[in-house]
Design a protein around this ligand. Structure first.
Ligand SMILES: [Fe+2]
Ligand SMILES: [Fe+2]
Length: 337
């Protein structure tokens, strides 16, 4: 393994991972900040959420929204986690980037735990939630699209160091980091956090805040990986691949808007499906900008400025301080769950 140049890819996929001297300090620092913000879904009390759910303080439309969002996350979190270890970890051989990927994989496992913990706490129909990626067309379309635009780079005969191989890895990173985590997760985040803003299902909402914070870090890392891979191998970033990716983002935004219409058949919680057109255009533009592509969606305003505050570093700092205080006072852990 090349320990000097910081090349992301090498033939030596099973050698020693040498971290020092730093070559990708950005990935290392993200790894450290993720570790410093460790969290466990089960430390968050669900007692009040359970009361609200059982006492009919949550409407049927709101319950549908929760189940649909969990249904999408249940399928896609597992796709992301599998891809990370079967594909990305296998071929990205740089030691600091691998260190971050291992941390990310752990966080994806926490996100799976979040889904299980919420389902258990609220006594949801597991079949309804977990089968959504097969039974709900707007969810199935998103998962199908992810698989349709990637090839299986975990296959035995895949060669990572040829130009074509590097292009397939680039496609894989663009699909999972930018389309899936960077685009497909965001309407679900907005919907579930909108519940919390109205003091509904605060336990669910708090878990989604932590998840959103993790995902923002994953997207930052993925963007760094993509830009670095292109910088190290400029010939792989052809006009054809750039145009292809713009088409993928356009399709992803359309699928996300269709999903929002499906989950929000009537306007609830101050949200309606049309707001998600603006939001997904806004998100799509941020993602395209981050990887240096010029295409822009027509609408560029964020209809949910409050969502930005959730991932604002200062606000998250306060959020974590609050949690530490609660933890120290024993409040958050004295509930039944
Ligand atoms: Fe995740
Ligand atoms: Fe993630």
């Amino acid at each position: 393994m090349d320990t000097k140049t910081g090349e992301l890819l090498s033939e030596d996929v099973a050698g020693v991972n040498r971290i020092l001297p730093h070559k990708h300090k950005y990935a290392w620092d993200l790894f450290l900040s993720s570790c410093a913000n460790n969290w466990m879904p089960t430390e968050i009390s669900m007692q009040e959420d359970i009361n609200q759910w059982k006492n009919n303080e949550i409407t049927d439309d709101e319950k549908l929204l929760v189940k649909r969002c969990l249904g999408f996350f249940a399928g896609s979190e597992s796709l992301v986690g599998n891809n990370l270890l079967l594909s990305a970890f296998r071929f990205i051989t740089d030691a600091e980037c691998r260190q971050y990927i291992l941390r990310q994989a752990f966080e994806e496992s926490l996100h799976n735990l979040t889904i299980v913990y919420i389902c258990d706490s609220l006594d949801l129909d597991i079949e309804e939630v977990f089968a959504a990626y097969e039974t709900v067309p707007s969810i199935k379309a998103k998962d199908d699209f992810l698989m349709e635009i990637t090839t299986d780079i975990s296959r035995q005969d895949f060669k990572a160091t040829t130009k074509e191989g590097k292009q397939e890895i680039l496609r894989n990173l663009l699909t999972y980091y930018i389309v899936c985590e960077g685009t497909f997760f965001f309407s679900g985040f907005a919907m579930l956090l909108a519940l919390g803003r109205q003091n509904k299902l605060q336990g669910v909402s708090d878990q989604i805040k932590y998840t959103l914070r993790d995902e923002s870090s994953h997207i930052a890392f993925g963007t760094y990986l993509i830009n670095t891979l292109i910088e190290q191998n400029p010939s792989i970033w052809t006009k054809t691949i750039q145009a292809e990716f713009v088409e993928h983002i356009k399709k992803a935004v359309d699928l996300e808007i269709a999903y929002a219409k499906d989950v929000l058949p009537t306007g609830i919680l101050g949200l309606n499906a049309d707001m998600f057109i603006d939001y997904m255009h806004y998100i799509g533009n941020r993602r395209l900008e981050a990887i240096g592509l010029d295409y822009r969606f027509p609408s560029d305003k964020n209809p949910f400025p409050w969502l930005g505050e959730v991932v604002d570093v200062q606000a998250m700092g306060n959020f974590f301080e609050r949690r530490v205080r609660e933890y120290q006072q024993g409040g958050a852990l004295e509930e039944d769950f």
